[in-house]
Design a protein around this ligand. Sequence first.
Ligand code: ADP
Ligand code: TRP
Length: 328
Amino acid sequence: MTQPRALTGIQPSGIPHVGNLKGAIEPALTLQETHEPFYFIASYHALTTVRDADVLRRFQFEAAATWLAFGLDPDRTSLFLQQDVPEVAELSWILSCITNQGLLERAHAYKAARDTGREINVGTFCYPVLMAADILIYDSNHVPVGKDQKQHVEMARDMAQRFNDRYGDVFVLPEPLIREEVATVPGLDGRKMSKSYDNTLPLFLPPKKLRKRIMKIVTQTSDVEAPKDPDTCNVFALYKLFATEEQQQVLAARYRAGGMGFGNAKQELFEVLDAVLEEPRARYEELVADPARVEAVLDRGAARARSVAQDTMGRVRGACGLSNIVCE
Ligand code: ADP
Ligand code: TRP
């Protein structure tokens, strides 16, 4: 029996962080058992914000090595760079021709960029169309993402439906897969953890630096003696993502009892997180020392992905009249 296909992308627009791990990487990796996964580094998307070629190359490598360090199995999963399947840019154009401007104007990410008051590039406006092309070109059934990407996946589904209504059954209708318990990981300042807010816990900091970042988490100011509420505390929200049930109960009881400062809670968070990250950090360092290994994985993934994409594009071109035959 063929397995459903899972697809997700991560932009190489900064250093991968705990939000990416919990919102996207871990959920995606669990699907290796049940799905045929296609995971890629969304470099075309990152071009909307990253303007330095060397920086982009470094971020791409870091993103790929991160997937591998956390257990991506290249025999099961196709890991590749978005630009190694340039067909996706062609599909993006075709989809843009059946997509109304109004739909894109409703995208949260676009509205947030517009509300900064800065000039916006057309790539930022068309971002959801390219993302739809990414999803639809691989006949993806399931798209594991954080909650912030739900609307984009729904837009991809809308575009697929619109295309199918007009041209026949060409695209699979995709569904987002969102883990409610980690839907939005908070950052150091309590907003969504995001590279764009500089409020992240990067995954591969040396332990000392990681601890320093953790100590910067914003907490309510209250005296050490006062009882504290774990459920409204950022430190505890992050702790929950990594600690066992029992560890959570112990720390929650210490919050409620009073007599514990937030510094102690941060130290507890550092210890669980550091223990979880220790092995992947070592694997990551091995990969940094052997970039050819990462490149070989990406080449293999790209070959598989491209072959699927070319099949889909054959169907798409035929359906909308772009095939080379004069009259069919
Ligand atoms: P960033 O916001 O840091 O730029 P990306 O947009 O590259 O992160 O996100 C890559 C993936 O990680 C997406 O699936 C996104 O939903 C997920 N993700 C990013 N930040 C978080 C977060 N704070 N909580 C949960 N998931 C997240
Ligand atoms: N927009 C996604 C993000 O910022 C990255 C992405 C690009 C993506 N194309 C995708 C995610 C396709 C899932 C499917 O996180």
